[in-house]
Design a protein around this ligand. Structure first.
Ligand SMILES: [Zn+2]
Length: 77
C-alpha cells in the first residue's frame, strides 16, 4: 500500500529522507504518481538544471570550410 495516498499496491520504494540512507527505516513503499510528485518536489533534478542550464553554442565553421557562394555578398549564385 502506498504510504502517501493509500492506493494498493505500492510499486516503488521511496526514501523517506532523500539522500543515500538506504536503511529499511528510511524506505517506504509508494505508488508511481506519489513517488514522482515527491521526487519532483524535492527538486533534485530541477535544482541541478537551474544550476547547470543547457548551454547551446552555435556551430562554428571549420577553418578549412569555404563559404558557400550564397553566403558571400560579393558573388551572385
Ligand atoms: Zn500514492
Amino acid at each position: 500500500m502506498c504510504r502517501l495516498c493509500g492506493v494498493w499496491p505500492s510499486t516503488e520504494v521511496d526514501h523517506v529522507i532523500a539522500g543515500d540512507d538506504h536503511a529499511l527505516s528510511n524506505l517506504q513503499g509508494v505508488c508511481g504518481p506519489c513517488h514522482r510528485a515527491k521526487s519532483s518536489s524535492e527538486g533534485g533534478r530541477a535544482a541541478a538544471a537551474a544550476r547547470h542550464p543547457a548551454r547551446v553554442r552555435p556551430r562554428e565553421p571549420h577553418p578549412g570550410e569555404l563559404p558557400r557562394p550564397t553566403d558571400r555578398p560579393d558573388r551572385q549564385p
